[in-house]
Design a protein around this ligand. Structure first.
Ligand SMILES: C[S@@+](CC[C@H](N)C(=O)[O-])C[C@H]1O[C@@H](n2cnc3c(N)ncnc32)[C@H](O)[C@@H]1O
Length: 292
């Protein structure tokens, strides 16, 4: 009997839940804990209907074998993940970046004039573009002398396409100061906002799975890493794997910014910066002194 013909979410057995969450975990590190079966049921019911499938057993099969498994994983991923973001999200934290961290890094890099920022799990790109605006206004007329590299990565192809388009709706700019809106965006006749071409050219996007800690290494060393509001969806081993990878990828005087509901408990690797609302970490002091 089809489980998708009745109104409301299709029913998932415990066994199907175990299979699906294992697939999701192996591919992305996102962990659906016990009791979260209803989340998968409600987010994937519509997909089952579109595919005219009778149950989640068939769906798990589609994700595991056959030529469409990669495409279907991408489709499923965009349905089960939270992509919530906006420009200038968490302004007090961004103030720490712009007023405390950036001036020190610009001074420290004045000989090479190279600055590298990574926004990991950037969703539709508002975060790396925000960083580009802050670097742009901090450097001002000095910008052409600098080689600034800002990379936005995410696992979701759909989000990366949105990021590359550089066009946003009203919600994305709801925290944006009108002066900034005026300076760095153009309003289109349909009421959306497009990013200023100079800011757009400062940011590059690439698909990257945070689970793939080896692939991250090819990007080289970063002065600042933002990884906000994604590690909350990972289990402890995955979170620690990411944090160890970030530690390897961070310059000795680099800074890691995380989400306001996340914490790092790896004192051998990271020290929290003291500013309130910073949610920012440097490499643990003993490490830095070893390197000198
Ligand atoms: C809530 S958004 C965070 C966006 C932005 N960092 C912010 O804080 O505004 C979380 C993003 O993490 C991405 N994501 C989830 N698992 C991932 C993984 N394993 N690798 C890379 N990105 C992932 C999702 O696609 C989603 O776009």
């Amino acid at each position: 009997m089809s489980t998708t013909t009745t109104a409301g979410p299709a029913k998932m057995t415990e066994e199907q839940f175990t299979k699906l969450r294992q697939i999701i975990y192996q591919r992305s590190g996102i962990w659906f804990a016990e009791g979260k079966k209803y989340v998968l049921e409600s987010r994937l019911t519509q997909r089952l209907k579109q595919l005219e499938m009778d149950d989640f057993e068939q769906y798990a099969m589609l994700l595991s074998i056959g030529p469409y498994r990669e495409d279907e994983f991408n489709e499923m991923f965009s349905r089960i993940t939270i992509n919530e973001t906006s420009f200038f999200r968490n302004q007090p934290q961004l103030d720490v970046f712009e007023n405390k961290v950036l001036p020190i890094l610009l001074e420290a890099r004045k000989a090479t004039k190279r600055l590298r920022l990574w926004s990991a799990a950037c969703s539709s790109g508002e975060e790396p573009y925000t960083l580009a605006m802050m670097v742009h206004r901090s450097l001002g007329v000095r910008l052409p002398d600098w080689h600034v590299e800002i990379l936005g990565t995410d696992l979701s192809q759909k989000m990366l396409l949105a990021a590359e388009s550089g066009e946003y709706g009203q919600y994305a700019v709801s925290n944006t100061d009108p002066l900034i809106l005026n300076r760095y965006f153009q309003k289109t006749p349909t009421g959306s906002y497009t990013i200023d071409p100079t800011i757009k050219s400062m940011v590059r996007f690439e698909r990257h799975n945070l689970k793939d800690t080896l692939a991250a290494r090819r990007h080289g060393e970063w002065d600042v890493i933002f990884c906000r509001n994604v590690m909350i969806y990972f289990d402890q081993p995955m979170r620690e794997g990411c944090l160890k990878m970030f530690h390897q990828m961070l310059a000795d005087d680099g800074v890691l910014f995380i989400g306001h509901s996340e914490t790092i408990r790896l004192p051998e690797l990271y020290s929290a910066r003291s500013e309130p609302h910073a949610f920012a970490y440097t490499k643990a002091e003993n490490e830095v002194s070893h390197v000198a």
